[in-house]
Design a protein around this ligand. Structure first.
Ligand SMILES: [Zn+2]
Length: 168
């Protein structure tokens, strides 16, 4: 699919006919009609030509573009309350080690105060700390016990053995 045109080409306070919208965006008229019929672009269809409010078209294009790039910045967390990525309130977050390579980043949403969290890679923690302040919580030893030191007993079975009956 071709990339969606930039919403910046549209004037918020202008009312577009389908033709004008297509012209402004460099798209075929049928494309704009399809957006209205199938993709939820709001238009006044009570008379011909159909009329599209600039703000509706802008919003439509904005949403489509936002959908195509959902990559969250490392130090941003997705707030379920706002349904948007948010930078932690006060640029402050809490990190709890969850496994040897990942942890849970927890922060408050600056907009609605909800607790947001996401799983991050341990390896990304430094990059996150470059942007915001992160306190590292004491890891839960039950979750993150380091692998038991190996004895030199070479007769110890590897855990990934196929022979399960041995342990029953
Ligand atoms: Zn929020």
């Amino acid at each position: 699919m071709p990339r969606m045109p930039s919403p910046n080409r549209i004037k918020t306070h202008y009312v577009y006919t389908v033709w004008e919208a297509a012209q402004a965006l460099g798209r075929h008229r049928q494309t704009v009609i399809r957006w209205i019929k199938d993709k939820g672009l709001v238009a006044d269809r009570s008379k011909v030509p159909w009329l599209i409010q600039g703000k509706d078209l802008k919003q439509f294009l904005g949403h489509r573009r936002a959908k195509s790039k959902i990559k969250l910045e490392l130090h941003h967390l997705f707030c379920l309350g706002c349904k948007a990525p948010q930078e932690p309130d006060g640029k402050f977050a809490e990190y709890t080690q969850a496994s040897s390579t990942t942890g849970m980043l927890k922060a408050l949403c600056p907009a609605c105060g909800s607790i947001t969290n996401k799983v991050v890679r341990r390896a990304d923690l430094d990059a996150i700390r470059a942007k915001i302040e992160v306190t590292v919580q004491q890891a839960n030893p039950r979750l993150v016990s380091p692998p038991a030191p190996r004895s030199n007993d070479t007769s110890a079975r590897e855990p990934q053995t196929n022979d399960k009956t041995q342990f029953g």
